[in-house]
Design a protein around this ligand. Structure first.
Ligand code: GDP
Length: 453
């Protein structure tokens, strides 16, 4: 990777109180001194780390803005390099002009995530902490923020390091035994190995178990609201959204296509689709809507199937129930305010919630049911949770390798054979935390970041 000095606007582009430009690399202070002139006359290179100066940014003799330059000296900075952060008045033009000037003085524009990539390469952060930053920035719920925060604080890295330590001890003993088979090596007993491997297996299994619930919190759940016309689907969508997004009328078949919205329900983000009423129809346009609703059922991770229980259920309700029962479905028994005239026995074995979508009743019960069905109810967002498919795949590879090591041990295979499996497990864990990782993997991770981070 190029070790050129990089610069980028670190704040969102738009009108705001402040915008911040970040410069990182060997020449960052020298470059900043070419464009930033403190009112006290002190040059930035004269400042110690963690110091600030108030002054003007000038292009030749034209003043572009006044602001504050913060100096960080390597290795005590975000990237581990010399860093200058210049805070300016917020505004697209000011930030762009100042950045252009900094680039003209010798910096290159940072690639997405390049500041964090340098922090990683300079040992300031491991991969799990670096990846948590995107979660911190994009969190849409308190739980997602807490999950990302705990990874950022190093809880996940700490848990993985404990497994690594045990496996490294095992690998070292195995290597010693292979080199000196006749020596009596301390700690190298089958029981000790088994205990170490079982420990690793338990922790990894537990982590993988909580992955799905963590994913739900970080990514949200694709959710389809389905039901026959006029049962209250759009009213439920509006209740969840808190705004009138779907058209609610008492004319059956009003929602002829799909209305989408993203809403937070308790700790969970739902990517909602309010579908056309599912029922048998000869109307061509309605038929298309019904078909689309049906394919939304197949694509969604969660189904909210709505039934109007103020009336007896009919064949359309029964057909829908058959379709959604085997899926991840919550049956919404709506219009509870009118009275129960449906046979609720047909919902036996399903998760049900009684609502009056019109009055907003049943919201809390629905939140609890969604947390239950998505597995997030028992997830502690402050614990160490794997975030993202990359981390999950590494943990799974590590678990498979540890299981293979256990099996090799039980089958009485040679110590070397067990050692190969332990090495595989370690390689997967080192990739997870970034201790041993290819450039392709780091590129893939950091290019998903925003510019300036
Ligand atoms: P959709 O066709 O399934 O989307 O149904 P709508 O949401 O458009 O609602 C149809 C009618 O039922 C409207 O007049 C709503 O006001 C009414 N409605 C919806 N939910 C309730 C409810 O919980 N209680 C009562 N009494 N009426 C409701």
């Amino acid at each position: 990777m190029s070790k050129k000095t990089i610069a980028a606007i670190a704040t969102a582009l738009g009108e705001a109180s402040l915008s911040v430009i970040r410069i990182s690399g060997e020449d960052s202070i020298k470059i900043a001194d070419k464009i930033f002139f403190s009112f006290s006359g002190v040059k930035l290179k004269e400042l110690s780390g963690y110091s600030a100066a108030y002054g003007e940014v000038k292009d030749e003799n034209r003043v572009l803005d006044d602001g504050v330059a913060l100096v960080f000296k390597a290795p005590k900075s975000y990237t581990g390099e010399d860093v200058v952060e210049i805070s300016l008045h917020g505004g697209r033009l000011i930030a762009r002009e100042v950045l252009r000037l900094i680039l003209a003085k010798g910096a290159v524009h940072a690639a997405p995530g390049e500041f964090t990539e340098r922090a990683f390469l300079n040992g300031k952060t491991d991969l799990t902490k670096a990846e948590s930053i995107m979660g911190l920035i994009s969190a849409k719920s308190d739980a997602q923020l807490r999950l990302s925060r705990s990874a950022h604080l190093g809880k996940l890295a700490g848990k993985i390091e404990k497994i690594e330590e045990k496996l490294t001890t095992a690998a070292a003993s195995i290597a010693a035994y292979s080199d000196y088979p006749e020596e009596d090596i301390e700690g190298l007993s089958e029981e000790n190995f088994s205990a170490m491997l079982n420990d690793a297996k338990e922790t990894l299994t537990e982590m993988l178990k909580s992955y799905d619930a963590g994913r739900v919190i970080c990514e949200g759940v694709t959710t389809a609201i389905v039901g026959k016309p006029n049962v209250g689907k759009s009213t439920l969508m509006n209740m969840l959204s808190g705004v009138e997004r779907s058209i609610v009328t008492d004319v059956a078949g009003t929602t002829r296509d799909i209305v989408e919205d993203t809403v937070s329900v308790g700790d969970i983000v739902l990517h909602l689709s309010d579908t056309a009423g599912i029922h048998s129809t000869e109307d061509k346009v309605e038929k298309i809507g019904v078909e689309r609703a049906d394919s939304r059922i197949s694509e969604s991770e969660l189904i909210l199937a709505v039934f109007d229980c103020s009336k007896p259920l009919d064949s359309d309700d029964y057909a829908l129930l058959e379709r959604v029962k085997p899926l991840n479905t919550i049956a919404i028994i709506n219009k509870a305010d009118v009275g129960m005239n449906a046979d609720l026995g047909i919902f036996d074995g399903m998760i049900t919630v009684k609502t009056s979508a019109k009055n907003g009743d049943g919201y809390d019960e629905l939140c609890r049911a969604i947390a239950e069905i998505t597995g997030t109810a028992n997830l502690d967002p402050d614990s160490a949770v794997l975030i993202g498919e990359r981390q999950r795949a590494c943990a799974e590879r590590a678990l498979l390798a540890v299981e293979a090591a256990s099996e090799a041990l039980t089958l009485g295979c040679t110590v070397d054979a067990v050692g190969v499996c332990v090495d595989d497990a370690l390689a997967a864990l080192f990739e997870l935390t970034g201790k041993r990782v290819t450039n392709e993997v780091t590129n893939e991770i950091f290019r998903r970041f925003c510019v300036g981070k």
